[in-house]
Design a protein around this ligand. Structure first.
Ligand SMILES: [Zn+2]
Length: 424
């Protein structure tokens, strides 16, 4: 593991405009943008603190509404037209969508989520805490994903103040249910993203302890999730008096679970595990109905559809209990995300921009955790890249934190990349 650069060294390097250590092959940094990124850090941290101190678990409607108030007000102050879209499922909440018209050609969307995984009351035991003289700030949701929101807002402020208009439209989406699968926002993200040239998604990026590079990565792939439902209908009968008249749905379900357990192994990009089974009782009755649920992970877009067809064929091919009826269906929850060629081209641009400030960027090809980049990339139309957020760790766990010295590089990256994408 590469030792991390001490925070004081990198901040000195940044303060010096990185004249040192920039090789001839690298473009010099945009000094004005870098200075603006440094200047923006305190305000970004203040905004982040304001948001971390709002508890906004995915089921906390009040907190999510407060988050919508804060983020919408910021977008309005930046000149965006805003819309609040009520969620049709899950906790009552409002997704915030902002749009800004420019004078250029490209349509760029930025997304981050306002909900966190934490239960109400979390701030009593895990509050906002700045680790001085260390490099961390702690707080629930600080990296995942309030850091992403604060970063988007700070970057847009810098570009707005600089009079940047070299885009057709900027669209910002802050949703409310990412941590519970984006059931209420996924469709909106997918259909909004479909109209874009580029989508930058601002989930957190990895803290230094977990990357070997001298800098923070971006993410080029994330597993999608789906659910398989296997239903068997049999015939009820008294288990003591007339078992032979029954058709045991539980036996048939067991047969089908076992005979389908390896079906996914022949299909690239998808994995299936049957994880839940239920059956009607009572105990003295031959089982009339039984059901199993399977967890599906997708690493190639569309592989779950192939799995569904293969499951159906397997089930049609063999039955243990005559006269039972078995059906199987696969429901996609979150599509898999694969950046592909288009996304990779954007990631390479990001990598070049990072080089300007003497920072390395690696690409993480695939993660097991799903993200909204899957919805954003569903149509295959825009170029999508994930994890432009602030570096951190401990999300979905305890003592979540961000790394302070990733803030300025991430602002610089976002603002420079937006300028580059706008120009294309
Ligand atoms: Zn997240």
């Amino acid at each position: 593991m590469t030792p991390r650069i001490p925070a004081f060294l990198s901040s000195i390097a940044l303060a010096c405009g990185l004249a040192i250590a920039v090789s001839a092959a690298q473009a010099a940094p945009d000094a004005a943008l870098l200075a603006a990124a440094e200047k923006a850090q305190p305000a970004l941290v203040d905004n982040l603190k304001e948001m971390v101190l709002v508890e906004s678990g995915s089921l906390n409607s009040d907190g999510l509404m407060k988050m919508a108030d804060i983020t919408e007000a910021r977008l309005k102050a930046l000149g965006f037209k805003t819309q609040r879209i009520k969620t049709a499922s899950g906790a009552p909440a409002e997704i915030v969508v902002g749009t800004l018209k420019g004078t250029g050609k490209r349509k760029v969307m930025m997304q981050a989520h306002m909900d966190t995984v934490y239960p109400d009351g979390i701030l009593k035991t895990q509050g906002w805490r700045v680790d001085t003289p260390g490099n961390r700030i702690y707080g629930p949701g600080i990296a995942d994903d309030k850091g992403g929101i604060a970063l988007i807002l700070a970057s847009l402020k810098i570009l707005g103040d600089a009079g940047w208009k070299d885009f057709d439209t900027l669209t910002v989406v802050f949703n409310t249910d990412e941590e519970v699968g984006s059931g209420a926002s996924g469709e909106l993200i997918a259909t909004t993203a479909e109209q874009q040239d580029y989508v930058l998604s601002f989930e957190p990026t990895l803290a230094k302890a977990f990357t070997k590079a001298k800098g923070e990565p971006v993410l080029l792939g994330a597993a999608g999730t789906a659910q398989a439902t296997l239903d068997v209908k049999g015939r009820a009968s008294h288990a003591g008096a007339a078992p032979e008249l029954g058709r045991n749905a539980l036996y048939e379900l067991s047969h089908q679970i076992l005979q389908t357990r390896d079906v996914a192994k022949d299909i690239p990009g998808v994995a299936l595990n049957w994880t839940v089974a239920t059956a009607t009782g009572p105990i003295n009755q031959i089982t009339e109905k039984a059901q199993a649920l399977g967890d599906i992970r997708i690493t190639q877009p569309g592989a779950e559809k192939k799995l569904e067809a293969a499951l159906q064929a397997k089930i049609a091919g063999s039955k243990l209990i005559p006269d039972t009826e078995t059906t199987v269906k696969v429901q996609t929850n979150r599509p898999a995300f694969l950046a592909g060629e288009k996304g990779l081209a954007v990631a390479k641009k990001a990598q070049d921009i990072y080089k300007e400030i003497d920072r390395e960027m690696t690409f993480v090809p695939m993660t097991g955790g799903g993200t909204d980049a899957g919805f954003a990339g569903r149509s295959g139309k825009p170029a999508v890249v994930e994890s432009f957020g602030i570096a951190g760790f401990g999300y979905h766990a305890k003592d979540e934190y961000i790394e302070i010295d990733s803030i300025v590089p991430r602002i610089y990256l976002t603002t420079r990349l937006l300028q580059e994408l706008g120009k294309q």
